[in-house]
Design a protein around this ligand. Sequence first.
Ligand SMILES: Nc1ncnc2c1ncn2[C@@H]1O[C@H](COP(=O)(O)OP(=O)(O)OP(=O)(O)O)[C@@H](O)[C@H]1O
Length: 249
Amino acid sequence: MSTVVETKGLASGYGGQPVIHDVDIAVNAGEVVCLLGNNGAGKTTTMLTLSGELPTLAGEILFDGVVTKAPLHRRARNGLSYVTEERSVFKSMSARDNLRCGGVSPADAVQLFPELEKCMGTRGGLLSGGEQQMLTLARALGRNPRVLLADELSLGLAPLVVDRLLAAVRRAATEAGTGALIVEQHARKAMRYSDRVYVMSRGRIAMALSSEEAQARLGEIEATYLSADAVAQALPGGKPPPPAPAPPV
Ligand SMILES: Nc1ncnc2c1ncn2[C@@H]1O[C@H](COP(=O)(O)OP(=O)(O)OP(=O)(O)O)[C@@H](O)[C@H]1O
């Protein structure tokens, strides 16, 4: 199995100040890998750096085994599709034109998401949140990317739509060999559709495990890294969680 994207000792951040440190991540062709972590853990910063939108401050990024410092548009030409946190449909263009200007045929998009057929003539801004994200993902996957980076694809969407989106990513990995790195709030769901999981905390990789193992340890992962208490502790000067109430005597 070939590694399509890899980081070694990666540090990156803003204004020359690192917020992620010593990040080692690898995604193989045909794999879905999930990046979990609480708010501010550094997931989006990692994705921005992998996409070429933020500069590397230390360490390196390799695409297909070759170190790259190329900007996003060059990485995109070489097979990277990047879906950002913000919904990225062109609001005044029809769904059909959104696809065409991404070089994707509407028929391919409908094959992936049949529910898009009825909205092809509708302006992007008038689509529901779920339809917008299906359109975005259809545009990203329609280019048959070697690497898909998807940041919070399913933010604020209904559980059924989340399943549709994650299943489409899974299929692209299994059937087309895309290597996908996804940031997801729905940890449990994401684990069901992925092969491996990285958990980030305070800008570092805290755990790297198979999705099966992550599912078995979900309670521990949530309590330590994803809960409100874990978020409070990760903040500068964060207080430890209050002690659990004493059992009744
Ligand atoms: N544009 C920016 N300038 C300066 N610091 C930033 C900027 N964007 C993010 N940060 C800081 O970098 C750290 C990591 O943020 P990042 O957005 O990568 O986390 P995240 O895990 O994606 O969180 P969330 O789940 O809330 O999106 C945080 O401390 C955040 O405040």
